[in-house]
Write a protein that binds this ligand. Structure first.
Ligand code: SF4
Ligand code: SF4
Length: 192
């Protein structure tokens, strides 16, 4: 097969372009205009805190039930779903909240976590959410392993049922159902 060669002619320069000086001055003028119209886009963190989008996936939180207790039932679905094996849970028997198990130990290793959110999607009872915090720096590795005592947030409440919150979440097209009346409404729709 013959090789086809396409010859591209260089652009023809006029006299002023060929002596370069006017073009250099034109380039310097553009640079000067950028300097004079400079608007900084750098965020002066930590003095200035950037507004995050509402669906930001930051550090995990464990929401509380209406009694202010951890909702987690130590089913370990989040541990299994985690692609980086960042979650480690040790369960213990419990009947305190009408459930069989509760987490004795619940750790997330933020040296491994990639903030994918799979663990939150896997949780069947809305016991784990991604929060808005992102300040994670630590002077040592141990400080990057967060225990449930660190990321339990009693100010974030959820009353979604422990058995099927995730299913209801999908049916509600993305809204987490927090009100018992809303949950009952979705249950009625599903039972028709
Ligand atoms: S966000 Fe992803 S990587 Fe991090 S703990 Fe959850 S599942 Fe694991
Ligand atoms: S999936 Fe939810 S309930 Fe199960 S262990 Fe993880 S946080 Fe707890």
């Amino acid at each position: 097969m013959a090789i086809r060669v396409k010859v591209i002619e260089p652009p023809k320069l006029n006299f002023l372009e060929r002596i370069y000086v006017p073009e250099i001055i034109r380039g310097l003028k553009i640079t000067l205009m950028h300097i004079l119209n400079f608007k900084p886009i750098t965020v002066q963190y930590p003095e200035e805190v950037k507004q995050l989008p509402p669906r930001y996936r930051g550090l995990h939180i464990l929401p509380a039930d209406d009694e202010g207790k951890i909702r987690c039932v130590a089913c370990k679905l989040c541990e299994v779903a985690c692609p980086t094996q960042a979650i480690s849970i040790v369960a213990e028997a419990s009947d305190e909240y009408g459930v069989e198990r509760s987490p004795k130990v619940y750790n997330i290793d933020f040296m491994r976590c990639v903030f994918c959110g799979f663990c939150v999607e896997a949780c069947p009872c809305d016991a784990l959410r991604m929060g808005m915090e992102y300040e994670l720096a630590s002077y040592n590795r141990a400080g990057l392993i967060h225990t449930k005592e660190v990321f339990f947030n009693p100010n974030v409440k959820s009353v979604a049922p422990r058995d099927n919150a995730n299913f209801l979440y999908e049916r509600a097209e993305g809204d987490i159902l927090d009100e018992p009346e809303e949950i009952e409404k979705v249950k009625m729709v599903l039972s028709v």
